[in-house]
Design a protein around this ligand. Structure first.
Ligand code: ZN
Ligand code: MN
Length: 488
């Protein structure tokens, strides 16, 4: 076997998604909007786990879960029970989590779904074995790294928040595929309106990774969307290294340490818990009728794949552009709002796909975190179209708009960036460029590249403000008159 064959990677994901659009928790009336609140202020006997307190199921949560199941092409179970998953952990005051179970008579909300992902030119089907509802435990806050923290605090505000657990089969072959899958999943959930992905901890991921010749390792607590690819790459490297040295990969659970960017061992299989699942006696069985599913189907909003098709059909965008924009709902919304203000979709898309996305990436911002609005972008494109500024200046001021949210026209006025589009205004700069680049001027009489160089120098001398076409014309004319002087 070649080295590559023996290291084929298989990845399965288990994703926990908070239904952040719900107003209340899964089994009580406590507010679910706990982000930024003081610790342990949004709790009641139910989510605090006081003995005798009784849970009541949030119907809207079932509706949201059914929506997700439909969007993931899953089979929805007609009748299901909640189960108690028993274990002791400080984030779980009642010593069990109310969850669903797929064995011993347990039926999860939905099974046998799938999602297609496009990686490069390849379309791949990723099977989704189950989707179920459960409650979020409280949040543990460690002082520094988990294995060296001198103490740990616990905040129960998160306790009882509605979670969807989505589990894939091990159909992903690389960290990149995992990222693409999660990006698509996130976009679907955001289009459904049940979830805001940029909230911290709203989408958490555990991953099972195995390499041929090794055993399966679970990496837990990949808390942010951006960390997944990084955590998986590290784990693959670690396992490859062991296998190459003929050492065994232990079957274990590892923790992704975001700050040190490594995985560390949490527990080996011997210590793994037996959860003693049994049906939750305080909740009645849930019956999801066909009528209920039909009602939910009617309410389903436009999903990403349909939106991509619409972007291609309505705005005449290349499929690639449409896919990039729709991969992030907020980006696609930004695009559509811009096009409403300025009906040249390709122009808007070009600016977004190149300069805007690069700026966001460089500043590690999502579009919703940046200060730019569709109004800003459209104003800037108009200023270029009307010849007030050059495209180059547009590129130059975009970072400032992204970071400060100041109006393009204001930035231009304050920095004197209006385009120089008259011959007279360019005259001095042209003379200077010819004086200071005498060798290039000589070359330019025979060499096209030297002409470009001179135009570049003129753009530089005017700090990008010269109208590039006019600059080119003036330089060529001046060279032309030099040529005719040389050959009398
Ligand atoms: Zn509560
Ligand atoms: Mn779970």
């Amino acid at each position: 076997m070649s080295a590559e064959n023996c290291n084929k990677v298989r990845i399965g994901l288990e994703i926990h998604v908070q239904l952040t659009s719900l107003k209340t928790k899964l089994f009580c009336g406590c507010s679910s909007d706990y982000k930024g609140e003081d610790p342990n202020t949004m709790v009641c006997p139910v989510c605090f786990g006081i003995p005798g307190a009784l849970p009541v199921l949030n119907e809207k949560a079932v509706e949201f879960a059914v929506m997700v199941a439909l969007a993931l092409n899953s089979k929805i179970s007609e009748r299901m029970l909640f189960f108690r998953k028993n274990y002791y952990y400080p984030d779980m005051p009642k010593n069990f989590q109310i969850s669903q179970y797929d064995q011993a008579g347990g039926v999860p909300l939905a099974v046998d779904g799938f999602l297609h992902i496009d990686v490069g030119k390849k379309r791949k089907k990723i099977r989704i074995s189950r989707v179920h509802l459960e409650e979020d435990p409280g949040r543990l806050v460690h002082q520094g790294a988990i294995d060296t923290s001198p103490y740990t605090l616990v905040d129960y505000n998160r306790s009882g928040i509605a979670l969807l657990e989505i589990v894939t089969d091990p159909d992903l072959d690389s960290p990149k595929e995992a990222r693409v899958f999660l990006q698509k999943l996130r976009s679907i959930l955001e289009h459904l309106g049940i979830f805001t992905g940029r909230l911290e901890g709203a989408m958490r991921c555990d991953a099972n990774i195995s390499l041929t010749g090794g055993t399966r390792v679970e990496v837990k607590n990949i808390s942010s969307f951006k960390e997944v690819e990084r955590a998986l790459c590290f784990e693959i490297m670690r396992q490859k290294d062991l296998l190459q040295k003929d050492l065994a990969v232990k079957r274990e659970t590892r923790h992704w340490d975001e700050s040190r960017r490594i995985t560390i061992s949490l527990r080996t299989k011997e210590e793994e818990h037996d959860y003693r699942y049994f049906p939750e006696p305080d909740l009645v069985p849930i019956v999801v009728t066909k009528d209920f599913v039909e009602e939910v189907k009617e309410k389903m909003p436009e999903l990403p794949e349909a939106r991509v098709h619409r972007f291609v059909a309505t705005y005449n965008l290349p499929k690639y552009d449409a896919e990039v924009l729709v991969s992030d709902k907020a980006l696609a919304d930004f695009f559509e709002r811009s096009v409403k203000l300025y009906n040249r979709p390709k122009e808007v898309s070009n600016w977004m796909m190149s300069d805007l996305l690069r700026n966001l990436y460089e500043n590690n911002l999502e579009i919703t975190e940046s200060k730019i609005t569709p109004k800003h972008l459209v104003e800037m494109i108009r200023l270029i179209e009307e010849g007030v500024i050059s495209g180059k200046i547009g590129k130059k001021i975009l970072p400032e708009i992204v970071l400060t949210g100041r109006r393009p026209s204001q930035i231009i006025k304050e920095n004197g960036l209006v385009k120089i589009a008259s011959r007279e205004a360019l005259q001095d700069a042209v003379e200077k460029v010819f004086r200071e680049n005498s060798k290039a001027v000589k070359d330019a009489l025979t060499d096209e590249n030297a002409v470009h160089y001179l135009v570049g120098q003129l753009m530089r001398a005017t700090k990008g403000k010269a109208d590039p076409q006019l600059a080119n014309r003036i330089i060529c004319e001046k060279l032309g008159s030099l040529k005719s002087k040389e050959k009398p």
